[in-house]
Design a binder for this molecule. Sequence first.
Ligand code: TXA
Ligand code: MG
Length: 304
Amino acid sequence: MAHIVSGDSGVHDVVEALRRGDVVGFPTETVYGLAADIRNEAALQRIFSVKGRPTSHPLIVHIADFDQLHDLAVGVSPACLALLEICWPGPLTVVVSAAPHVSRVCTGGRDSVAVRLPAHPLAQMVIRELGAPVAAPSANRFGHVSPTSALHVANDLGDDITLVLDGGPCAVGVESSIVDFSVTPPEILRPGSITAEEIRAILSHHGTDLSTSSHGPSRAPGMMDRHYAPRARLVLHEAGDPLPVDGAPILRFDTNLVDAARHLYERLRELDARHIPLAHVVLPTPSGLGFALRDRLSKAAAGL
Ligand code: TXA
Ligand code: MG
């Protein structure tokens, strides 16, 4: 079982492990990540093998300052920079053209790279002390429920990793919003807690549109239909629909969306811990953070 460490000494331990080429669990404000030093290709490859993730699904690179963005990316547009000035540090990832030295193991063979500056202070400390960005997908097995506590990571990845840095429960609870700036107009690839409305408003000041029409697994590899999925079967309902009275638990995600997002994955994990085969889920309306919740819940409910 992975060792859970915390505080300054925990940061130091995980940085030492990253320097040795290990992969470690680390906290961000969205979900916990499975981190590797971006300069170490063997460590990057280990992320894919620990997760059981196809090597064509690119990883998000986590940075601690804008200098690291300019080192990783080429031709970042003024509109993109303006958006990042407002939203970073925070739960927003941008896909931009990758500099030639960025490992194509990390980008899944693409010439674009996904970059995020997380708000969690321990994530920033790790990256600063290492002196390099870390690549990190969510720290769960491929297709399964994302982790929002150190214990979730240790339970999921068990003996395959040695260390998890405990940064407490994740404040946001759903993965970052992803905007692809490698296309014109830029396009939302994954909804998150920074909403399309907010992003569109910022970009419009720079005469830039935002497309929300992406459905392409080829555009956003790793976004297949079934994802974020517990073993329990989920039956989705719109708020206000009559609910079946069949004794199965009813999980409501239609009020207090910030809390609904924060506890989403914990509640899905609880179904499996209690060996519940089926649950009813009440969806939020599709606006604001409701889009991210509907996206994750519909993928969690999709058939195999
Ligand atoms: O909140 C988050 O973003 C979390 C935390 C740990 O930061 N990370 C996360 O990573 O959710 P992951 O690997 O589970 O999701 C990354 C997704 C990929 O599935 C892919 O769709 C998209 O980001 N992505 C990454 N690089 C890309 C690229 N170059 N082009 C298009 N999509 C990319
Ligand atoms: Mg993931």
